[in-house]
Design a protein around this ligand. Structure first.
Ligand code: ZN
Ligand code: ZN
Length: 261
């Protein structure tokens, strides 16, 4: 009781990082803010680096990888992502420090790996980077699904939503706000494209259509600061789901701790 935690430290285009753990140990998903900030935020919930067993990386974009190499190099923490993403990390010239070879771990789409009492399955997510992943995390029979930076719903994503007891899903923008907003046309097209970001309406429809009855909580992630508001994202999801399932928007830079079970 009270030992499965989800801790959102940062969510959005200026950085993403999440910790999932059980009181003794856990792992990070994405390290898109500074390593120092992550350590500080973890300390606030009494977690230190010796308890962090791994870092899982969803994709190569900087808002998800900024301090990845600090973990996978200086702090000697294994970094899990697909083989293709590891190759991209080596080749990307904006990533100056690389993940050291001994800390590279591979998790391909549909692979299921064990980390203590956690089981983590990777699945494909369409987005404008190479080989993006979402993750299904199982702990004592409870499934938490995380999918961020989603261009559109795929069969793999739909299947993950169907299985989720807890769901962290991108609700990036309001379609109207994006259309009428100040982004240059190119960027508007990129965000709204099949390999861009998921809007509030599509996220709400996806979850409302495929969720199981016993879905316990929805967390909306990667909200745009320009083209969305937390109130609007939550209201859109609530309209679709009714009031039986709690819905929270994850803050861009204020950590939030949720006790899942
Ligand atoms: Zn992102
Ligand atoms: Zn991205």
């Amino acid at each position: 009781m009270g030992d499965f935690v989800f801790y959102s430290m940062a969510s959005g285009s200026s950085g993403n990082s999440y910790y999932i753990g059980n009181g003794q140990y856990g792992f990070l998903i994405d390290a898109g803010i500074s390593g120092r900030a992550i350590v500080k935020h973890l300390k606030a919930i009494n977690v230190d680096l010796t308890q962090v067993r791994a870092l899982f990386v969803t994709h190569i974009h900087k808002d998800h990888t900024k301090s990845m190499s600090v973990f996978g190099n200086r702090w000697n923490i294994p970094v899990y992502t697909t083989r293709k993403v590891h190759v991209m990390i080596d080749e990307a010239n904006y990533i100056h420090k690389k993940v050291s070879k001994i800390n590279r771990r591979y998790i391909e789409h549909e692979d299921r790996i064990q980390l203590g009492d956690f089981y983590i399955t990777s699945f494909f997510v369409p987005h404008d980077a190479v080989d993006n992943s979402g993750f299904i995390i199982e702990y004592k029979g409870i499934k938490l699904v995380l999918a961020t930076d989603i261009g559109h719903a795929t069969p793999q994503l739909i299947q993950a939503v169907k299985e989720a007891d807890y769901l962290i899903v991108e609700s990036n923008h309001d379609r109207q706000m994006l259309e009428n907003g100040s982004y240059p046309m190119e960027l508007k097209k990129r965000v709204a494209s099949d390999v861009g970001h998921m809007c509030n309406e599509d996220a709400a429809q996806l979850v409302a259509t495929y969720r199981k009855d016993s879905l316990r909580h929805v967390f909306l992630c990667h909200l745009s600061v320009e083209n969305n508001t937390p109130e609007l994202a939550v209201a859109t999801m609530r309209n679709a789901l009714g009031d039986k399932v709690p819905v929270d928007a994850l803050n861009r830079n204020v950590p939030q701790l949720f006790i899942l079970s």
